[in-house]
Structures are given as structure tokens and as C-alpha cells.
Write a protein that binds this ligand. Structure first.
Ligand code: SAJ
Length: 444
């Protein structure tokens, strides 16, 4: 593979003259759209990733994130030679680090990718360079880890080298729009660092750009995702309580949310994705006795696939002759992403108990479950479990589905199906949060 992908013969001839102004390290779900957005502001960008297969796919015009506008912008940026792809960084005026920060088995942040990415840029630093960390990290990582590594360059931080933390806040499914228009927090290691980074982001971000200290910016990002996780856990807990009390969570939620200051989130089969199930642990790490609500919320959300398993077993018993059919395996609607998906965890638990599991999804790739088309899945199903509220499933007509399957059991884990319509078509409907699993014949 050539060191610089995306270059035709003419571009290769110009190779010596082409200098990136910005180097983005990590072309994952934030790095790639960020690099593309910057390139579309006519700033030459070098996108760097250690994954050669990913670079090859991008150079061929493929991208994994299922966002059409992004695919087109990547293609345009490559064609206009504003974006090039490489396995190694090159000297640039600004470096953006957007690599993954997973958690270890012990639920500590695994910062080895941040460390490696930072080390990879040290040889390319010179006076005046700006380095921005965008990956979600525990508080003090920018100053404690990134600055410590960058100091090997001998450049004085705040005077010769400018370092900031600028968390991404874009929602998968709306990445480009949110990267452009959401407010951005710029956490400088010094005030001069914050000012340099803010001036850079204002060149391509249309939302408000607010400056602060790097630690405050790190904490703000973690707060955002913990806020979401805790609110979802609250909704899930209410759904479990509603089941136990024989109340319809969805109806009660709708009523409660008419209060002007109440916004109960949606209950569901669990919390997936690579952000919300992970980032709250970065707040807990080292402060377990203080972070009680946050850690309990994580455990409540992690329990939800097991609760769905209980709903299934209540309906089909310990042994099911035929297949449990999962509709939707992505971690939420409108994304092909299956990371940490509740469906994958549920499938694993079902299989461990000896159930046959089949699955379908209109968007997912690489789920490892061996996906089937919807019709084939329904035809082989004994029980249908709706796991993701993809539009395709919201549009299902119960009578038509009834003709294509012998299953007469459906579990709705998202509270999105019209229960009466499905019941009229002959289905027994179990709705998470609205059906008493073990006491359904109990009198009120
Ligand atoms: N979910 C529920 N109930 C809800 C909302 C979501 O069960 O009411 C579930 C979803 O089905 C999914 C999970 O939660 O499994 C996470 O989905 P999400 O839409 O809440 O969040 P992400 O992971 O797609 O994106 C989040 C966003 N953060 C916040 O909303 C605070 C996004 O803005 C961040 O940029 C992203 O994390 C990130 O990269 O950190």
C-alpha cells in the first residue's frame, strides 16, 4: 500500500509539494467526519489510522458509518486532494487526536491508544503547533498524559506548543450536522492554548465555541454521557416498577412528561454504543464511594438484556421448539453500529441456555450473528422480539406479518408497537414496562 492513499498519478507527482495543515489521528466515527468537515472548509487534512484495511476501504470510497452525506463529503475531499490518508502522521500546524478509549475488564480507562497517538506526533512537532485531544477521557488526561508525552519534544507548552481538550458531542446518525452546529467546549491547558484552539475550531464550526480549562472540559463531556445514562436507567427502573405494579409505563410516562419540567426518557432493552455504556465509568474510576448514582445506573442499564431474557422465558418456557427471532441488532435505530448492542448480549445469553436464535436487521453490518432477511426470520420464528425501533419495523402490518409466520408471540422492548392492532391479528403482545410477566392474570 502506498504511504499516501487517495492520490492519482498527477497527485503523486505533486506529492512533494502537498503539505497538510491539519493531521487527524484516528479515522473512526469521530475522526473521519471531523477530518472531512475540516477538509470541506478548504483546509488540507491528512487522515491517519493504523488500520490499513480501513484506509483501503476509504480510498475506494466505502465507509462504515452508514451516513450518506459523510460518504459523499469523504469522496469529494479525496477527489479535490484536500484529504489524504496515511498510516503515519506528517508535520502539520494542528494535530487532532480522535482515537478510541475503551475500558478494561476492571472498568478503568484504557488510554493506550491516546498514548500511542500522542507519541506518534512528537517527532513532527515544531514551535507554534496546536495539539487537540477529542477522545473521551478521564479528568486530567490532557494535562497528565498528553502534555507529559508532548513535553518530550522540548517545546514549552503554552508558549511554543498549544494543547487543548475539545470533546466531540455528535450523535451517531446526525454526525456531520452536529459536528458543524453543536456548541463546542475548548479546554485549554493554559489560556493561550484555549485561545489558539478556539480560533482553529471557529474556522469550521458554526455553533458556539466556549473556552475553559482542560479538566473542566473533560468533566463536562463525562457529565453529558453520564446524564444520559442515569436518565435512561431511571426510565428502565420505572419500567420494571410499572411491570411489578401492573401499570403501563408508557402511558404513565406520557402523562408525567406533560409536566413542564419532567422528561422521563424511553425504557428499552439496554444501553449500547461505544460511549454511554463506557464513559460513565471514567467518572467512577478512583472515586467508587462517591459515584454511587452513576455506577448504579450503569448496573441497572446493563441488567436490561437479562430482563428481556426473562420476558422471553415467561412466554416460551425453558425449552422453545423453534427459534427466538430478534428484530434489530444495532445498538439503536438509524445506525449500522452493533457495538455493545443489547441484542448481541441477549443472543449470547439465549444461546448459552440452549435456545435457537435468529436475527435480522436492515442496517447492521458485522454483527457476528449471521443475519437473515426479515421474511426468512419471521418464517422460522416461534417468538418475535423487537429489539430496535427501526422504521421498517414500525411500518410492519400485523395481519401481513401473521401470514408470514407461525409465531403468535411478540415482545416489544421499545414500547413502539400498536398493541391492539397486533392482538387483533392474533398475536400475544408483551410490552416491556407494560406487561406483568409472571402475574398477568392477577386481579387489580
Ligand atoms: N436509549 C434508551 N432510551 C433513551 C435514549 C437512548 O434506551 O431514551 C439507548 C439507545 O437505544 C442506545 C443507548 O441508549 O442503546 C445510547 O444511545 P444514545 O442515543 O443515548 O447515545 P449515543 O451513544 O448514540 O451518543 C451519545 C450522545 N450523548 C448524549 O446524548 C449525551 C452523543 O451526543 C455523544 O456524542 C456520543 O454519545 C459520544 O460519542 O459520546
Amino acid at each position: 500500500m502506498s504511504a499516501l492513499l487517495g492520490e492519482g498519478p498527477a497527485q503523486r507527482a505533486k506529492h512533494e509539494e502537498w503539505h497538510p495543515e491539519v493531521c487527524v489521528i484516528g479515522l473512526g466515527y469521530i475522526g473521519l467526519p471531523t477530518a472531512t468537515l475540516i477538509a470541506s472548509a478548504s483546509i488540507p487534512v491528512l487522515g491517519v489510522d493504523i488500520n490499513e484495511a480501513l484506509l483501503d476501504r476509504l480510498a475506494r470510497g466505502e465507509q462504515d458509518q452508514g451516513e450518506q452525506e459523510l460518504a459523499e463529503l469523504v469522496h469529494q475531499a479525496l477527489r479535490k486532494d484536500l484529504l489524504r490518508l496515511s498510516l503515519q502522521p506528517q508535520p502539520a500546524q494542528t494535530f487532532i487526536i480522535a482515537v478510541q478509549t475503551p475500558i478494561t475488564q476492571a472498568r478503568n480507562a484504557d488510554l493506550r491508544y491516546v498514548r500511542r497517538a500522542t507519541e506518534s506526533i512528537v517527532p513532527h512537532l515544531h514551535p507554534g503547533v496546536l495539539v487537540v485531544l477529542e477522545s473521551t477521557v478521564p479528568v486530567e488526561t490532557t494535562r497528565g498524559l498528553v502534555c507529559a508525552v508532548l513535553a518530550r519534544s522540548g517545546l514549552e507548552i503554552g508558549k511554543e506548543l498549544f494543547v487543548a481538550y475539545c470533546p466531540e458531542r455528535a450523535m451517531p446518525g446526525h454526525l456531520l450536522y452536529e459536528l458543524r452546529y453543536n456548541a463546542r467546549i475548548i479546554g485549554g491547558v493554559t489560556e493561550a492554548c484555549a485561545a489558539h484552539a478556539a480560533a482553529f475550531y471557529r474556522r469550521f464550526v458554526r455553533g458556539e465555541v466556549v473556552t475553559t480549562r482542560s479538566e473542566t472540559a473533560e468533566m463536562a463531556k463525562l457529565m453529558e454521557n453520564a446524564f444520559r445514562d442515569v436518565n435512561i436507567a431511571f426510565a428502565n427502573e420505572l419500567a420494571l416498577l410499572a411491570e411489578a405494579k401492573g401499570v403501563d409505563f408508557w402511558e404513565a410516562r406520557d402523562l408525567a412528561n406533560r409536566h413542564p419540567r419532567v422528561n422521563v426518557h424511553a425504557a428499552g432493552p439496554g444501553v449500547g454504543g461505544h460511549c454511554i455504556p463506557v464513559d460513565p465509568w471514567f467518572l467512577v474510576e478512583g472515586h467508587e464511594s462517591l459515584a454511587r448514582v452513576i455506577s448504579t445506573a450503569r448496573l441497572v442499564n446493563d441488567h436490561m438484556p437479562r430482563h428481556v431474557l426473562g420476558l422471553i422465558r415467561t412466554r416460551v418456557g425453558e425449552r422453545c421448539h423453534g427459534a427466538v427471532a430478534l428484530l434489530g441488532v444495532t445498538y439503536k435505530k438509524d445506525t449500522p453500529d452493533t457495538r455493545e448492542s443489547p441484542s448481541l448480549r441477549l443472543a449470547q445469553m439465549l444461546r448459552e441456555l440452549g435456545y435457537q436464535v435468529i436475527a435480522t436487521d436492515p442496517l447492521a453490518r458485522d454483527s457476528g450473528l449471521g443475519l437473515l432477511p426479515l421474511e426468512q426470520t419471521l418464517a422460522a420464528a416461534t417468538i418475535i422480539v423487537l429489539m430496535v425501533d427501526h422504521d421498517t419495523y414500525l411500518q410492519m402490518v400485523p395481519e401481513e406479518i401473521a401470514r408470514g409466520t407461525r409465531a403468535r408471540e411478540i415482545i416489544d422492548t421499545r414500547g413502539c408497537l400498536d398493541r391492539e392492532a397486533w392482538a387483533r391479528a392474533g398475536f400475544h403482545v408483551t410490552t416491556l414496562g407494560a406487561t406483568r410477566p409472571r402475574h398477568e392474570h392477577a386481579t387489580p
